[in-house]
Write a protein that binds this ligand. Sequence first.
Ligand code: GLC
Length: 409
Amino acid sequence: MFIHWGLYSQAARHEWVQHNEEISPEEYRKYFDHFDPDRYDPAVWAAYAREAGMKYVVLTTKHHEGFCLWDSAHTDYKAPNTPAGRDLLTPFVEAFRAEGLRVGFYYSLIDWHHPQFPIDHIHPLRNHPDAVEMNRSRDVSRYRDYLHAQVEELLRAHKPDILWFDFSYTQSPKYPQFEGKAADAWGSVELMKKIRSICPDIIVNDRLEIGGDVITPEQFQPTSWVTRNGEPVVWEACQTFSGSWGYHRDESSWKTPEQLIQLLVNSVANGGNLLLNAGPTARGDFDDRAVNALAEIADWMEMNDRSIYGCTASPLTAPSDCRYTTSGNRLYLHVFNWPFRHLQLPGLAGRIEYAQLLHDASELHWAEPKQPFGQGNMLVDQPDDTVVLKLPVEPPPVRCPVIEIFLKQ
Ligand code: GLC
């Protein structure tokens, strides 16, 4: 589970609201002054995540707006100084660990609040008439010291399992007066060294722009194992319920339960993980739409998680509208669009020991090549390597039915 939560949750119209509406730090202060998550109970969030089958969480400790959820010694722009009046991170870490989830921290490299962060083409002040002038007194190396100190502070306090940095960018041709920011600006090499020395086993994502342990395609579904420079990589797709990452009251582009489950299946079928985002309200609740979506995922996982955990891509090509995942001698066929009575499975001739629907362990029969199948013992030409799996006409009452195939050892 990805969680985006910060001052932008109050604006409730995208976590980039400060950029989108070019809101100055002074004006944005109203959210800081009114941030009062009176219903915040991370144990509730952690229970949602566990019930939906999630194994780890990544929380925005600081997003681009620069606001910190923890009691950082390096800034006043933090939750304890808002009406919230307390560190919101420590109880979060405790609650998720208590539910058995691994805990990751998202940390925005970008900071629209820090006075030393040079204005660039995505900064809220990019069109300010004095922006270039203002940059004369901004020193990226001083911001870099802050960034390094904060990351160190987070690591020492909580020993997180994952660090999820966001993000690097090149100069924009539309704003030639500003530079982009990437590895040099962040001091990525040095930062990575420090991270590894404090937390040797931590997983760090790829957005420091010096590689990383995991590649992070965003709001995009790979259709094969993700590669970089021709080599397969460890990858994790991040996805939203509705497009925005922060709580968005008026967004109407919510994905259906089928779409969400298919995102999960498709990620595993192509060798990756899914990091699915929820944006809690500024009072600290998951809204009904998020709760319903998570409940659907929880229901599906309850009956089908065997096709997800410990599974990865299969070398076999799945029939159209289907995805394979596999673990050991089990092959899991996920059917996105239930066909009429038969599924043709290339490459499986002579290899199936047993087959069943996963959710109710009900047996399925199949025909080997040249064996009759269908009504009236009809015999049609079949490729030599292809078996025909026989399905009930009525689609199973499952958002995404899974067929579990036991392969001969
Ligand atoms: C983007 C956005 C950001 C979001 C992130 C999640 O990079 O800047 O708002 O946090 O994607 O991957």
